[in-house]
Design a protein around this ligand. Structure first.
Ligand code: UD2
Ligand code: MN
Length: 573
């Protein structure tokens, strides 16, 4: 990372950002026009809105700064933009406001051209002449947004228009999911009024991203639909390799490699094809990433070839429009956010399609640490979506998800129409999917016990969220609550106490969580149902809790001690 601006230069950068937001052509005109004050390009513009949103503090006497020339613009080639630490109070406030509204560094995004250049992350294999079919189908690109930042939304759209052959883009449909930010109203229409490919569709009420995507699809006239989030950047040659797979087989659903655009510096991070991941999920029905499994790698000569993926992340993919319709699009009963990616993934595989990650296609995305927008109050939206998903697609495996949510399904509405769809399409079983498409997934049914791991008289239970940040840290204890969640564990046939990919591990210090390695050793626990002792393999000590019931300890085994006795729920040996 390098420092682009010293403090006193950040003001012209702001002015520049305004011009960037206007697009390169207009920006150059502004730069060339001496009549326009580079510090205050809106001096002659009476819009108060813009004044408030963008204007830096008034110019001081001694101020003789100049605009940076276009070739040194911030963030070009995907480079990071690092703000100085000694920002003035005014600028700091703007930076903070940007974070608050968007959950990423909007101020920095505003400094960067909406046409910025990016590195070309493609393997040579991708660029070989005649790599792709000559007559590719065109696509409608659908971008849904709810209260997206101005510069980031424009950069998403420009990256599509700038880096795709025009004949392959039928249109770019912007679906406004009932935003209330003022820049997304008339200002957005004005901005695109001379670009016939860009269409703006507005939802009449807040629909959530799933129904917003369906609204976009109804307005689409291209034979292929391509969905993107509203904070993405497409790289060179991103589109052809996706469309090529669909042209070869219209039941193939394809995803680009999703590169990370840093939420703080907007740096574009990418890895070559050897670092490609595929999608999976856990029994909490959360999506996760995995290295390409060996069984898949061995099918390919070059790591840039498309790979099968059990699931998709959800936001970025292309699909043949007719195939999407045949699959019954999305369950429109899904609200706001979540679960739709697994629904489409399961359905694609179980109902005759193929889901692939295409390493020749790279699109960047800003991953945010929190959701900046409002969800619905009073409803657990994600759980409701996931229960609908489980009810329709998971067959006898649905129970493993329900165990994780304390068997509290809540009101999930009517799913009979979706079940009918599955029958009509004669889709394969979820067991078939797990056996053939995702054999790596640990199935709780293969465990000898599942549920809580309770100490003594069932007052304290093992308790951890098993998030990545919990790895290598001590396993927690908490009063037993019978609601699954952080107290749901599995005791595997091979002696692991685990949840998803996290295992209880002891190497002489504390009992910690560690990624499961499958080779016993420090992750081997031997449970004796009679004595109720949990004996650790390599140390021959027993799992216990300390006197004050605050943490796990390992002790010389002694079944007389209540604190060493454990009950594993649903133990069945
Ligand atoms: C990921 C996906 C996202 C979606 C989600 C699960 C990627 C990179 N992103 O979460 O596309 O599949 O998982 O549902 O794979 N939006 C609306 N209306 C709403 C809420 C969101 O239009 O009510 C828009 C939002 O502006 C954004 C898109 O939907 O463009 C996805 O939302 P997100 O970026 O908050 O989701 P993300 O990336 O965390
Ligand atoms: Mn997103």
């Amino acid at each position: 990372a390098f420092l682009l601006y010293s403090e006193d230069r950040s003001r012209p950068a702001l002015a520049l950002s305004l011009q960037n937001s206007l697009g390169n052509r207009e920006a150059r005109e502004l730069v060339d026009d001496n009549a326009i004050d580079p510090i205050n390009p809106f001096k002659n513009d009476d819009s108060e809105e813009k004044e408030k949103a963008y204007l830096p503090p008034p110019k001081k006497e001694e101020d003789n700064r100049v605009l940076l020339p276009p070739q040194s613009m911030a963030g070009e080639m995907g480079k990071p933009v690092v703000l100085p630490t000694n920002l003035s109070a005014e600028v700091k406030k703007m930076v903070d406001d940007g974070w608050l509204k968007n959950a990423f560094n909007q101020y920095v995004s505003d400094m960067i051209s909406v046409h910025r250049s990016l590195p070309d992350p493609r393997d040579e294999w991708c660029k070989k002449p005649n790599r792709y079919l000559p007559d590719l189908p065109a696509t409608s690109v659908i971008i849904c947004f709810h209260n997206e930042a101005w510069s980031i939304l424009l950069r998403t759209v420009h990256s599509v228009l700038d880096r795709s052959p025009s004949r392959l883009i039928t249109e770019v449909i912007l679906v406004d999911d009932f935003s209330d930010m003022s820049h997304l109203k008339q200002q957005l229409e004005d901005y695109w009024k001379n670009e016939p490919k860009v269409k703006i569709v507005r939802a009449k009420k807040r629909e959530g991203l799933i129904r917003a995507r369906l609204l976009g699809a109804r307005h689409a006239s291209g034979p292929v639909l391509t969905y993107l989030d509203s904070h993405c950047e497409c790289t060179n040659g991103w589109l052809e390799p996706l469309l090529d797979r669909i042209a070869q087989d219209s039941t193939t659903v394809v995803c680009p490699v999703i590169d990370v655009i840093d939420d703080t510096t907007l740096e574009y991070h990418w890895r070559d094809s050897s670092g490609v991941n595929v999608g999976g999920f856990d029994w909490n029905l959360q999506f996760n990433w995995h290295a390409v499994p060996e069984r898949e790698k061995s099918k390919h000569q070059n790591s840039a070839e498309p790979v099968w993926s059990p699931t998709m992340a959800g936001g970025l993919f292309s699909i043949d429009k007719n195939f999407f319709e045949k699959l019954g699009t999305y369950d429109s009963g899904f609200d706001i956010w979540g679960g739709e990616n697994l629904e489409l993934s399961f359905k694609t595989w179980m109902c005759g399609g193929t889901l692939e990650i295409v390493p020749c296609s790279h699109v960047g995305h800003i991953f945010r640490k929190r959701s900046p927008y409002k969800w619905r109050s009073g409803v657990n939206v994600l759980r409701r979506n996931s229960v609908r998903l489980a009810e329709v697609w998971l067959d006898e495996y649905a129970k493993y998800y329900y165990q994780r949510i304390g068997n509290d399904k809540g009101d999930y509405g009517d799913v009979s129409g979706r079940r009918e769809l599955r029958n009509k399409l004669k889709c394969k079983s979820f067991k078939w999917y797990l056996d053939n498409i995702y054999p790596e997934l640990f199935v709780p049914g293969d465990a000898v016990a599942n549920g809580e791991v309770a100490n003594g008289d069932r007052d304290y239970c093992l308790d951890s969220a098993c998030k990545p940040e919990d790895m290598h840290k001590p396993v927690g204890l908490w009063p037993c609550h019978s609601q699954g969640g952080n107290q749901y564990w599995m005791y595997s046939k091979t002696g692991e106490i685990r949840r998803d990919e996290s295992c209880l591990d002891y190497s002489g210090q504390e009992v910690i969580l560690y990624p499961c390695h499958g080779s016993k050793g420090n992750q081997y626990w031997d449970y004796n149902q009679e004595t109720k002792l949990v004996r650790h393999g390599s140390s021959d000590k027993c799992l216990a809790i300390n006197e004050s019931k605050t943490k796990l300890v390992m002790e010389q085994c002694n079944s007389e001690l209540t604190r060493q006795r454990w009950t594993l729920e649903n133990y069945d040996h």
